[in-house]
Design a protein around this ligand. Structure first.
Ligand SMILES: *Cc1c(COP(=O)(O)O)cnc(C)c1O
Length: 364
């Protein structure tokens, strides 16, 4: 054990590893996945494609065909550079490697996406998390501008919409932050399929703006594919930290195939957006549960004081897994996060919640 303490960097030892709950046998509403699968005919066509893949060869190191398709699907400006990652998580790591280092700072907001802080920690960046406003999770502009001035962050991440709160920050406020930042600002648009707002068309308008996207929330979480788009001069430098062949043969083939059937995913995400509205309305009807408006494929809810763990456990006993956020940040006290599922899954969730909240608590 002394060897571990001697050689594993203290900042790595201090991290508690990213925890993924076991979901076997449960309705899975914890991880912002698209609940829909593919029609049989499409699966057969895909299987044929995979059958013919030559996995003895390395993949195209620049994934040229896939990148071209992504440019079209995501309407990436023609003059922007693009780099692909094994999930957008990997592009966060590339950014940390390219802009990090002794005495440099990564700044984001809290509560926010946990990977920013985790990657900052293990890549040796100082992390600064500025608290959002407590009432509506909007940006605390005074605190943010002050922190930017004080810490001069090399990297500033904003998830747009934000995870785990689901809200979209004010457009004018985000513009002000980009203008006030000395370093690179990354607008993380993981939830782009579920909102109409985007900074993608604004690439090039600011000299320190890049946009991050992923295919995970759209319906391809299992393929692990994300991207960073921005001014070519930034992207070509950051690309130097990318390991060769980071997007494997099967992912390139499968994502490319999926994007050539993008209308299927558009229909699925439209269904999820409609179901989000219905789920929000139904959650609002349940006594002791306050849902927050969401522009993503999940809904944050606040329970009555002290009830979040009971609801979480009660749902689990009824076969439904959601995410408990209570205890992860003071602003998330009594909070749970529910991913929007299929209509049947959402109905099961609402029925289970009603049962739990209406039944008198068992004596303990
Ligand atoms: C899910 C999520 C990601 C990570 O996506 P992957 O591409 O699956 O790594 C990035 N940012 C935010 C805000 C997310 O919620």
């Amino acid at each position: 054990m002394n060897l571990i303490e001697r050689w594993i960097r203290p900042e790595v030892r201090a991290i508690s590893a990213y925890h993924v709950a076991d979901a076997s046998g449960l309705i899975k509403l914890d991880a912002m996945e698209n609940p829909y699968t593919w029609p049989e005919a499409l699966r057969a066509e895909w299987a044929q494609l995979i059958r013919d893949a030559d996995v003895n060869r390395y993949p195209d190191p620049h994934a040229r065909q896939l990148t071209q398709q992504l440019r079209g699907t995501m309407q990436i400006p023609a003059n922007a550079g693009v780099l692909l990652g094994n999930g957008s998580d990997e592009t966060i790591q590339m950014l940390a490697l390219a802009l990090g280092g002794e005495g440099r700072t990564l700044l984001s907001v809290e509560p926010g996406f946990v990977m920013y802080r985790l990657i900052a920690a293990f890549s040796g960046l100082d992390y600064v998390g500025v608290e959002l406003n407590a009432d509506d999770f909007s940006l605390d502009m005074e605190a943010l501008l002050e922190a930017i001035d004080e810490h001069q962050p090399a990297l500033l991440f904003l998830a747009y919409p934000n995870n785990p709160t689901g809200n979209l920050f004010g457009l004018f406020e985000v513009e002000r932050i980009i203008a006030a930042s000395p370093g690179l600002v990354i607008i993380d648009e993981a939830y782009a399929p579920f909102t109409d707002a985007s900074f993608m068309p604004r690439i090039g308008e600011f000299d320190n703006l890049v946009v991050m996207r992923t295919l995970s929330k759209m319906g391809l979480a299992g393929l692990r594919l994300g991207l960073l788009a921005g001014p070519e001069a930034w992207i070509s430098e950051i690309d130097k930290t990318r390991l060769p062949y980071n997007i494997n043969v099967l992912t390139q083939l499968s994502a490319s195939f999926a994007l050539s059937h993008i209308s299927l995913f558009d229909r699925q995400t439209a269904k999820i957006r409609a179901a989000r509205t219905q789920l929000f309305n139904e959650l609002q009807e349940i006594a002791g549960i306050l849902p927050f408006e969401s522009e993503a494929n999940f809904i944050l809810v606040r329970t009555a004081q002290g009830e979040a763990p009971l609801l979480f456990e009660g749902l689990k006993q009824q076969g439904i897994l959601i995410k408990i956020l209570h205890g992860s940040h003071p602003l998330l006290n009594d909070c749970l996060r529910i991913t929007v599922g299929t209509e049947a899954e959402n109905r099961a969730l609402i029925a289970a919640l009603k049962l739990i909240t209406q039944n008198p608590k068992p004596n303990t």
